[in-house]
Design a protein around this ligand. Structure first.
Ligand code: PHE
Length: 336
């Protein structure tokens, strides 16, 4: 009889290893553990065992039964849809629930990409406050009081002295006030302008500012650096051009265009059929700015640039309304 027990145990082990569904499991139960199952039946046979052998055989048989029941219980947990403690039934055939993980907003993603390119070129990243002094936002950047250039950027004033920064250029001032050249800095952040809200413009947007100051920085270096950036970010096939422009804090000033990467410069709706897209404003730091931060304007030269992030992200992801970026509707944000 002991031998029979061993064979049965092996049989059970083999059979239980093959169980892969609730119905397999039920068959296993019927075959071994049900009223007429082979393990249960052995208890009947125990009657016929001699008195001397009974204790040993009985003990072994009980062990076998316990073993089979514990394996069965384990498998049952796995395969059977039994109501759990809260009374809910686990239905393993239902499709899984989507796990919602947080992810970066496309504006942050775009800024991160821009930052990482400049970091590889040796720039450090700085930030500054969104509520700024009029001095840092305008005065130190060579916008004299009551100068019409201030109207280029419609400002949210907090009081006489403070405002919401209209560009990231005041961070240039902060960086230069705090460190001597050489400076190579990238300054990303939010900026605010009192503009009409529509599909193209919003009262809040993001910029990435750049600044390099040293003893012999030239316009050629500005062009080389920005072209290297643009090739890396927009693709190596793009062509670029600089158009002269005006900013109070740079002289000379320029705007950089690249060939439209959607139509390869042929002209399309996005580039208004010109073949070109404006990507940033830039220029050589005006000596007056160096004076206001206490740099020797005879010794140092530098360049600065600033680009808007929203437009880049809208173009890149094919979005036609800037307001969608700020409404935080997860149905929209989740797509990217
Ligand atoms: N601050 C400018 C703007 O917001 C951009 C700029 C930055 C231009 C640095 C030149 C140099 O329009």
């Amino acid at each position: 009889m002991l031998e029979q027990l061993n064979t049965l145990r092996k049989e059970f082990e083999e059979a239980s290893a093959k169980v892969s569904s609730a119905s397999d499991l039920e068959n296993l139960r019927i075959k071994f553990l049900a009223k007429n199952g082979s393990v249960t039946m052995l208890f009947e046979e125990l009657k016929n065992v001699s008195k001397e052998d009974k204790p040993v055989v009985g003990k072994n048989l009980n062990e076998l039964k316990n073993f089979c029941q514990s394996v069965f219980a384990e498998l049952k947990e796995k395969y059977e849809s039994a109501p759990d403690s809260s009374g809910r039934v686990l239905d393993l055939t239902l499709p899984g629930r989507e796990v919602l993980t947080g992810k970066k907003h496309i504006i942050i993603k775009t800024m991160d990409e821009i930052k990482s390119i400049f970091k590889r070129m040796g720039f450090s990243v700085y930030d500054g406050p969104e509520a700024e002094s009029d001095y840092n936002n305008f005065e130190a950047l060579n916008f004299p009081a009551d100068h019409p250039a201030r109207d280029m950027q419609d400002t949210f004033f907090i009081n006489q002295k403070f405002l919401l920064r209209t560009h990231t250029s005041p961070v240039q001032v902060r960086v230069m006030q705090n460190q001597q050249p050489p400076v190579r800095a990238i300054m990303p952040g939010k900026v605010f302008r009192n503009e009409d809200i529509n599909a193209r413009s919003y009262c809040l947007f993001h910029q990435v500012e750049g600044l390099a100051v040293d003893t012999d920085i030239t316009f050629a270096e500005l062009k080389g650096t920005l072209f290297a950036f643009a090739k890396e970010f927009y693709g190596s096939n793009i062509k670029y051009r600089f158009r002269s422009s005006f900013f109070p804090f740079t002289e000379p000033s320029a705007e950089m265009d690249i060939t439209c990467y959607l139509c390869n410069g042929k002209g399309c709706r996005i580039c208004k059929h010109s073949g070109w897209l404006e990507i940033l404003g830039c220029g050589m730091v005006d000596p007056n700015v160096f004076k206001s931060v206490g740099y020797d304007e005879e010794k140092y030269t530098g360049y600065a640039f600033g680009m808007g992030i929203e437009r880049i992200a809208l173009l890149k992801y094919g979005i036609d309304d800037i307001r969608l970026l700020f409404e935080n509707d997860t149905r929209f944000l989740r797509q990217f």
